[in-house]
Design a protein around this ligand. Structure first.
Ligand SMILES: C[S@@+](CC[C@H](N)C(=O)[O-])C[C@H]1O[C@@H](n2cnc3c(N)ncnc32)[C@H](O)[C@@H]1O
Length: 266
């Protein structure tokens, strides 16, 4: 296991307990039957009833179980053992048959067999992946011919900006094209909870839009849809405005915060 994966795994294992208790994830509401899926992904996924879905980097499984509640047969995979343990606990509590596998996504083919109608992944997924082409190779490997890859994540241009406290606005810090590992020390995770983390060193990679397109092209995946949205699923900057129950927007900037991409396997 390389030092990047080892550090990221420790970081994600520690986040699970904080996320479990956060308002952001609202586990209590989820256990009462609330779906954790938001309108953008629901629109991309469409009717999943009867579909066999592989959910990559599923965290502690709320989205996977929400998909099962919609009638899909779901397998979720994540490299964090704490996340998978909690996912299994939630599946048991909710009487769900969602299956969970603990594995590095880039090595999932050694641990999982089968082919799926949909391979799905969303939000905060690709920044943890050094080799995007390999990720798409794995996704393609698990798709039936005619099966769909459906992904949504933070728009690659998000890496360009940072909030400037003095100016009370965002500014460009760049760069856009940079495929080196970025070392970050984030003492707090992105949810509420205000708990300082011990394992706060993490490594992330930036992937420009062209890399996503070429990763699909190189792995036998025909792109059927690519969308960019000004909506943001969390309050990324303090000058954002809440648009509705689910999303925030940065008024007057017309910047993309989320992208979604759908591909069909040849
Ligand atoms: C931001 S979360 C995914 C978000 C998910 N939609 C949610 O909010 O529930 C990112 C997930 O990627 C997982 N992850 C990061 N690198 C991974 C890797 N190399 N293999 C498998 N899982 C990985 C982390 O453990 C974490 O659960």
């Amino acid at each position: 296991m390389n030092k990047y994966i080892e550090s990221n795994k420790k970081n994600w294992n520690e986040r699970v307990e904080i996320h479990k208790k956060s308002k952001f994830y609202d586990v209590e509401g989820f256990l009462k039957g609330k779906s954790s899926l938001k309108s953008l992904e629901l629109a991309e996924l469409g009717d999943v009833k009867g579909k066999k879905i592989l959910h990559l980097q599923c965290h502690f499984g709320m989205d996977s179980i929400s998909l099962s509640r919609m009638g899909a047969e779901v397998t979720g995979a994540d490299f964090s053992s704490n996340a998978i343990e909690l996912a299994r606990e939630l599946a048991e509590k909710t009487g769900s048959n969602t299956r969970f596998i603990c594995a590095n996504v880039l090595e999932l083919n050694y641990q999982l067999k089968g082919q799926y109608d949909i391979v799905y992944a969303s939000y905060g997924v690709f920044c943890w992946i050094d080799d995007l082409n390999k990720w798409f190779e794995i996704a393609s490997h698990f798709l039936k011919p005619g099966g769909e890859l459906i992904i949504l994540d933070g728009h690659p241009s998000n890496n360009l900006y940072e909030y400037n406290e003095e100016k009370k606005d965002i500014e460009i810090i760049g760069p856009y094209f940079n495929n080196k590992a970025h070392r970050y020390e984030e003492l707090y995770t992105y949810t509420d909870g205000n708990v300082k983390m011990e394992n706060h060193v993490e490594y992330e990679w930036a992937h420009p839009v062209s890399e996503f397109i070429m990763a699909a092209v190189n792995n036998g995946l025909n792109i059927t849809s690519f969308k960019e949205s000004p909506l943001c699923g969390w309050e990324r900057y303090p000058n954002m405005k809440k648009k509705d129950e689910e999303y925030w927007v940065l008024e007057g900037k017309d910047l993309p915060f989320i992208f979604s991409m759908k591909c069909v396997k040849e």
